[in-house]
Design a protein around this ligand. Structure first.
Ligand code: GRF
Length: 194
């Protein structure tokens, strides 16, 4: 079976990248990480890619940034673009070039708490539950068709750190699952819904 080629877009620690590389190496998903692209220099995600001998590139902010990212993704024949802590909003033009081929992970149950600092937002609101969402990327911010979600309870004594740790655990399990659903073509998008 042909494996899905993934292009990972990152900006930071890269623990989700790690989970995806591990799942791929263990044969848990029919997908391989073909290339990693960061918009920031010296982030730990780049080290992780290096350790797994995966080609990586830094494409910093600039007028040609998206053009360059697009070129690299084409060069590595990427089938699916996976945003994993990528701290930049992609333009409408870019998103339209990859229809239903970009997915993102968000640390809340969308449509609740979109945008930045979703974990802090949930804590601040006194929410009793939050979670993790995997969704296709459309032209909005955290608005595309929802692919997978899992709830995480917020405990009475939770801090940003403790809640983040539990959310990350779920993320690391859910992201490979979402990729596998796509790799095995077990979903359809109809009228904006998966
Ligand atoms: C994750 O919490 C993800 O939901 C959010 O950014 C974080 C990235 O973490 N979009 P990491 O870089 O994968 O460790």
């Amino acid at each position: 079976m042909k494996k899905l080629k993934l292009g990972l877009l990152v900006s930071g620690n890269g623990s989700n990248l790690q989970a995806i590389m591990d799942a791929s190496e263990k044969g848990e998903i029919d997908a391989v990480v073909a290339v990693v692209i960061s918009n920031r220099h010296k982030v730990y995600a780049l080290e992780r890619a290096k350790k797994h001998h995966i080609p990586s590139f830094v494409v910093p902010q600039g007028t040609l940034q998206e053009k360059e990212i697009h070129k690299i993704l084409e060069q590595y024949s990427v089938d699916l673009v996976c945003l994993a802590g990528f701290l930049k909003i992609l333009s409408k033009d870019f998103v339209q070039k990859f229809p239903n081929q970009i997915i993102n992970i968000h640390p809340a149950l969308l449509p609740s708490f979109p945008g930045l600092h979703a974990i802090e937002q949930a804590l601040k609101a006194g929410a009793k539950k939050t979670g993790v969402t995997l969704h296709f990327v459309d032209e909005g911010v955290d608005t595309g068709p929802i692919l997978l979600q899992e709830e995480v309870s917020i405990l009475k004594d939770d801090t940003v750190e403790t809640l983040t740790a539990r959310i990350h655990q779920v993320e690391h399990r859910l992201y490979p699952q979402a990729i596998q659903l796509i790799a095995t073509e077990r979903l359809k998008i109809k009228e904006g819904r998966v």
